[in-house]
Design a protein around this ligand. Sequence first.
Ligand SMILES: [Zn+2]
Length: 337
Amino acid sequence: MKTITLNSPFDMHLHLRDNDMLELVAPLSSSSFVGAIIMPNLVPPVSTKQEVIEYKKRILNATKDDNFTPFMTLFFKAYTKEFLEDVKDEISAIKLYPAGITTNSEGGVESIDTVTLAPTLNAMAELNIPLCVHGETNGFVMDRESEFMSVYEELAIAFPKLTIIMEHITTKDAVDMLDKYDNLHATITIQHLMITLDDVAGGMLQPHLFCKPIAKRYEDREALQKVALEGHPKVMFGSDSAPHPKHAKENCGCAAGVFTSPIALQVLAQLFDDNNKLDNLQKFISDNACNIYNMKPLNKNITLEKKDFVVPSVYETSKEKVVPMYAAETISWSIVK
Ligand SMILES: [Zn+2]
């Protein structure tokens, strides 16, 4: 039986939500991963030290006895250096959302200009706090990420010491930016490695594959696969796994987000194996993240084997129900329990 053991697998972009949904989905991440960068877009967004500490506690409670570290983030606002110095040890990054661009981002930044943001971004650079960015304009939906590239360039040039993560990149344009600026890095999701807009809307509409940024063209997927499969040092895995209740997805007015936590490692093993690049998966799932975030690997190994895994059609508790990507389909790799 073909197997692979991954050391210290990280999910560098994860939505765990709160309350009943947190209880349902947190164990589905902590059984596959040793740690994750936790997104702060709750209602209200996580933006104080107290909120960070309390949310972290709720996550640790929900993951029970699993060996799992939530790396917390703050929702970007104009923060003072004094505040950042005080909160620094509790957080791993700050996440910037353009206002209103995705789920619970209404309080995001109205206009990203390097002069207004300078005090906060300079303090972050000095304190080595990375900036995670949801990089989309409010233009035409297929062009939003590409249109945002000029903003990334301005940020990269104006703040050369700031570690900037282009979150969930979906386009060849974003991939091309990686080698242009030393301080630009990226996360890539499962869905953007696996699907194009054709899978979402080319046939019957597939609400469980609908997310922001929306899946793009074949040439975009090819560019994303190339850097992931080669273990490019500036890209890391970030699932952007974003659970919504089943009724909010199968609805007139479908919420954006794909739920991938419980299938992520299995799909990645299959993708890397199919392309004869299994040896590079360790870089994509952990090593690159450690280098970019300047952190040490944690002590947890996950072994996968080439054995069929039938994805459950739904994950549920008595209070919540969420449908994963590839529901009821078969993946050719499974996690060894
Ligand atoms: Zn996200």
